[in-house]
Design a protein around this ligand. Structure first.
Ligand SMILES: [Zn+2]
Length: 344
């Protein structure tokens, strides 16, 4: 049941827990080209998952067609989301049925903001280029529910499906990413930390309701707090999973079915608890495209770093670098063998 942690070169792991270093980053950010203001304030009472994410927002909802780089004519937004896109399908049914299907790249983004030194921050212009390339290359964004239904033989995927995910619930996901996704008619999945909702630089419940109702975003859970689930006693783990699901469902009037493990940390006990709490799918930070063999609670993702080039992005989507399933990654939530998680 011991989890492992991959040695992550991400320099953000340490500073995000260190007030002194975060302060230093704030000062440093003020001198970075293009950083128009010192970086974020974080709620003192909350352990921010990342340092110095620059807010681009005043909190205002962006205009419906307000793409930052858009000259293309706007296209209608996708249809509004269903309260239950899985139509009542439960974990047992999906785990038994979703055993084969095509690999799907699940892209992992965090903040969409201009902070060149921060790999968790994708510049909005670069993000727009990546999304526009996806569209031109024929990729069609789908939701995790779409993938599950297809893998279960209950639906079909487009020829080149892709799932676009954002972790943590940063305000700029609305102010910077949303207009671009909406302009392209794309859908995305947003994993929010329930206790961060409404904090400075994070989305509010009103924001999330707007995003969910637009049909552009499928809002799902990243837990109540950004804590290591593998380190929690069972009762606390259960609360992290149940309370975050309930909070999102209550505020957004929908079924929450998907989970993203904070910092990618999980093990067999966490999988079992997630299943018990009512989640039917969970994503990790294990690198690679997702396939059913990984287990519905251990799906791999493609990390999109802030500083990488468009060519590198294209390479990540050129083929399916599917890795062998982790021994613990079976749909039944076995506790055998543990995948290596890494931060974020
Ligand atoms: Zn996170």
């Amino acid at each position: 049941m011991k989890s492992t942690r991959r040695n992550d070169p991400n320099p953000l792991n340490i500073p995000c827990r260190c007030v002194a270093l975060a302060s230093a980053l704030v000062l440093a950010a003020a001198f970075l080209p293009g950083c128009s203001r010192p970086a974020a304030r974080y709620p003192a009472e909350t352990a921010a998952p990342h340092p110095a994410i620059e807010s681009s927002a005043s909190g205002a909802i962006p205009p419906p067609e307000g793409g930052s780089s858009g000259t293309a004519p706007p296209v209608p937004a996708p249809a509004g989301t269903s309260p239950d896109p899985l139509a009542g399908l439960d974990a047992e049914t999906l785990s038994h049925r979703a055993t084969s299907g095509p690999p799907v790249p699940i892209l992992m983004y965090h903040s969409i903001s201009h902070q060149p030194s921060n790999p968790l921050c994708k510049d909005p212009k670069d993000f727009a280029r990546e999304m526009e390339w996806l569209a031109s290359a024929g990729f069609q964004p789908v939701t995790l529910a779409d993938v599950l239904k297809a893998w279960a033989g209950l639906g079909a995927l487009p020829d080149k499906p892709v799932v676009i995910t954002f972790d943590d619930g940063y305000k700029d996901n609305l102010t910077a990413a949303y207009p671009i996704l909406k302009r392209l008619g794309f859908r995305a999945t947003l994993f929010v930390v329930a206790h961060f909702v409404g904090k400075p630089n994070y989305l509010s419940w009103d924001d999330l309701r707007t995003m969910e109702e637009s049909g552009v975003f499928d809002v799902e859970s990243h837990g109540m707090d950004h804590v290591d689930f593998t380190a929690l006693p069972p009762a606390q783990l259960g609360r992290q999973l149940r309370d975050s699901k309930a909070a999102i469902e209550e505020h957004l009037h929908k079924r929450v079915y998907a989970l993203c493990y904070p910092s990618g940390r999980y093990n067999g006990a966490v999988i079992a608890a997630a299943r018990e709490a009512g989640y039917v799918v969970a994503v990790t930070t294990q690198p690679g495209w997702a396939v059913p063999l990984q287990g519905l609670y251990s799906l791999h993702r493609v990390r999109i770093s802030g500083g990488q080039s468009l060519l590198a992005f294209q390479d990540q989507l050129a083929s399916a670098p599917v890795r062998a399933a982790a021994p613990g990654g079976t749909p039944a939530g076995t506790s055998a063998g543990l995948p290596a998680g890494h931060r974020r």
